[in-house]
Design a protein around this ligand. Structure first.
Ligand code: COA
Length: 339
């Protein structure tokens, strides 16, 4: 069961997204580069996924911590806020370098956010939208005034570049947003949903020890420490779930296609996004796509898209926006906002 619910009750205050920020590595890995590593082609990758290139970390100098730290720093700058004003930092990631401390604590330490509470959240590609919903709930409940949420994954360190089906999909990125309590009651989240179905966990997972290899993969020559994916299963799940989650958000809020300013969605595969866009009837300009340049950056993708749209002045005040994501777990989430 998911926690899909009725529209959120009105508040005596608003919740404003005060600033956004993002960070990607400089290093570009193109489809042509893959042609030199595995038996593939630019044409195959682009036709199946919509990806032309992705950004990947130089593991000697960057990773989940540096990208998410930089994204939060930029979001704070855009919000004209100091890190010391934050009450919470929530980092959504499944590629934290250390088990302890959390990436959030390292961000807090680097930016000077003490004594803000800081914790990580794991919801794979749904991570940014999960973090946004949790952060919003903390402000809504009166537990926080200012919350930084960041989604970041650096899966380049967790994919096997000798394996051509999984490695071509992923890039590294971080996207962040600062939520703040505001007197303007017209701004805020009007609906959110989160759900998971753990029975299909083995469709997308990173086994670290032999006993974590799923029964169905026992004879598949799995390399421990690398992302495993049943591409067809994930495709089927994503194509259905993506549409369902958007339709649920629209039905519960009563919003029609023309009411929506932007659908800011997880960049998993251009074919999955296009299938949902066409079925629901959104215009192309309502659904932002950057997968051609950044690939699937897991928890980084939605926040990266949001920041790029904000920078480009494409988010119109008053027009609701829908954040939507799905991914490993399997998980899914939506969040509808008036900005
Ligand atoms: N280049 C060339 N050929 C490739 C290839 C590559 N990079 N990767 C796989 N192939 C081959 C396969 O070996 C197979 O060959 P065969 O027919 O001789 O056995 C053929 O292409 C078809 O493989 P298949 O895995 O069925 O391809 P597909 O059409 O399902 O596309 C994905 C593969 C990964 C692009 C697709 O399944 C997908 O996008 N799934 C969803 C993934 C996703 O979104 N994950 C993240 C969720 S958050």
């Amino acid at each position: 069961m998911s926690s899909e619910a009725a529209p959120l009750p009105a508040l005596p205050f608003g919740i404003r997204i005060a600033g956004t920020g993002s960070a990607v590595p400089d290093q570009v890995l193109t489809n042509r580069d893959f042609e030199k590593i595995v038996d593939t082609s630019d044409e195959w990758i682009f036709q199946r996924t919509g990806i032309r290139e992705r950004r990947v970390c130089d593991p000697l100098k960057e990773g989940t911590f540096t990208l998410s730290r930089d994204a939060v720093a930029r979001a704070l700058e855009a919000a004209k806020m100091k890190a010391s004003e934050l009450d919470f930092i929530i980092c959504a990631t499944c590629t934290s370098e250390m088990g302890c401390p959390s990436t959030s604590c390292r961000i807090a330490g680097a930016l000077g956010a003490a004594p803000a509470a800081a914790f990580d959240l794991v919801a794979a590609c749904s991570g940014f939208v999960y973090a946004l919903n949790v952060g919003e709930s903390l402000v809504r409940a009166g537990r926080a005034k200012n919350v930084a949420v960041v989604g970041c994954d650096a899966l380049s360190g967790h994919v096997d570049y000798c394996e051509r089906t999984v490695s071509i999909l992923f890039g590294d990125a971080a996207g962040a947003a600062i939520l703040t309590r505001d007197t303007d009651t017209t701004k805020g989240c009007i609906y959110q949903s989160m759900g998971a179905d753990g029975s299909n966990w083995h469709s997308l997972y990173i086994p670290r020890r032999p006993q974590e290899v799923a029964e169905c993969d026992r004879n598949n020559g799995i390399r421990l420490g690398f992302l495993q994916m049943d591409g067809r299963e994930v495709f089927k799940f994503a194509v259905t779930k993506f549409r369902e989650v958007i339709e649920d958000a629209m039905a519960k809020t009563g919003l029609k296609v023309d009411d929506i300013g932007q659908v800011i969605c997880h960049q998993s595969n251009a074919r999955i996004i296009e299938a949902a866009r066409e079925k629901i009837g959104f215009r192309h300009d309502q659904v932002y796509v950057n997968i051609d340049r950044f690939g699937n950056s897991s928890a980084g993708s939605v926040g990266l898209c949001f920041d790029q749209l904000m920078q480009a002045g494409k988010i119109q005040p008053g027009k609701p926006i829908i954040f939507v994501a799905f991914g490993g777990g399997l998980t899914w989430a939506s969040s509808v906002w008036r900005i």
